[in-house]
Design a protein around this ligand. Structure first.
Ligand code: 6MZ
Length: 336
């Protein structure tokens, strides 16, 4: 009889919310020649007791990863190692997201090409790329980024599947028109939403009807959401990308047992389980399923179904979805 953790580890998994530069493990940081001093900064997150400070600290840690991936080769190496680590965790379908960056040694286009090279050079995992707009960047910078993203999407329509809005929830904007434009060009849209209480913006995001929502921590009235937004969400039933460890460690959720996914489980609303930033938060997808299972006393059957449903929320083609469902069904029948 396998334990719940073993079950979660063996399960072929679907990851829909993973930021490339938040996913660099200590091992990858060392391969990229990051100093031990900077690697040790990652441990600070576990020691900081003030919740708001923890979220801010998490955002400052991205700087370490960004400094380590400021050349074409480093971006390619980082992506390769991230994919291999997902593979070792039995992830069979991965949607990796990243913010195209312009550095002195590379353009945004070269950044995206480096990530795509690492994706196409391997055949361990089916990987799709979502490109992110950072909500804290200026409108001009974001527009420039969008131009490149749309151009690259035309070149790689089977790899680049979506546009994401991310970045520190404490500042910045949701530039609706930009996402509307991307949607018209057939990119799927996923937006970080309600990481902190911000009911006005949440309402604008819900009215926009993205294909998926990241976190949604304060959507429910119990966590500061407005009645209007919660009712609207319940009508729309947009799949939620949940990231338990990230939310607990960054302090937007008090504990695993108090995680808002409880409401999605209770009301049978659509959600997927994800890692967010497996490097920064020292986790992996097996661990995330295990933590949810433990916190809410869920059966292996429930966990299997939860992971299976994530396929439908993914941005894969219908044919790819059927193939992945086939792998899961076969795996399940081999268990009994
Ligand atoms: C919002 C997040 C995030 O894009 O350089 N990012 N944005 N909320 C979160 N929850 C904790 N975790 C990561 O990966 C790092 C970037 O992803 C976004 C931030 O903009 C961060 O700079 P990339 O690959």
């Amino acid at each position: 009889m396998t334990t719940l953790l073993e079950f979660c580890q063996r399960l072929p998994k679907i990851e829909l919310h993973a930021h490339l530069n938040g996913s660099l493990s200590e091992r990858t940081l060392r391969i990229l020649n990051v100093s031990e001093h900077n690697i040790n900064l990652y441990q600070l997150l576990h020691k900081q007791s003030n919740a708001e400070e923890r979220l801010r600290l998490a955002f400052s840690l991205f700087k370490v990863a960004h400094d380590a991936t400021n050349t074409i080769d480093a971006v390619c190496t980082a992506t390769k190692h991230v994919i291999e680590e997902y593979y070792r965790d039995n992830v069979i379908y991965l949607e990796l997201r990243t913010t195209p960056r312009e550095e002195s040694a590379m353009s945004r286009k070269e950044y995206i090409e480096a990530v795509i090279k690492a994706i196409t050079d391997q055949n361990l995992v089916v990987v799709k790329l979502l490109l992110s707009i950072n909500r804290t960047h200026s409108l001009d910078e974001s527009n420039e980024s969008l131009e490149t993203i749309l151009e690259m999407h035309k070149l790689y329509p089977n790899i680049i599947k979506g546009l994401d809005l991310s970045g520190s929830p404490y500042s910045g904007h949701f530039y609706k028109d930009m996402f509307e434009r991307a949607r018209q060009q057939k990119l799927k849209i996923t937006l970080h939403c309600a990481e902190i209480v911000n009911n006005e913006e949440v309402n604008t995001i819900l009215q926009f009807k993205p294909d998926r929502i990241g976190h949604g921590t304060t959507l429910h009235t119990k966590y500061g959401g407005s009645q209007t937004n919660w009712e609207l969400y319940n009508n729309l039933k947009i799949p939620l990308e949940c990231c338990l460890t990230s939310n607990v460690l960054s302090g937007t959720v008090k504990s695993f047992k108090e995680h808002h996914v409880a409401e999605w489980i209770k009301h049978e609303l659509p959600f997927s389980i994800n890692t967010d930033d497996k490097g920064i938060f020292s986790t992996n997808l097996s661990n995330e399923y295990y933590l949810m299972g433990e916190a809410f006393n869920l059966s292996k059957e429930y966990i299997f179904n939860c992971n299976y449903k994530a396929i439908d929320y993914s941005f894969a083609s219908d044919e790819e979805k059927e193939q992945i469902k086939g792998i899961l069904t076969q795996w399940k029948s081999a268990q009994y």
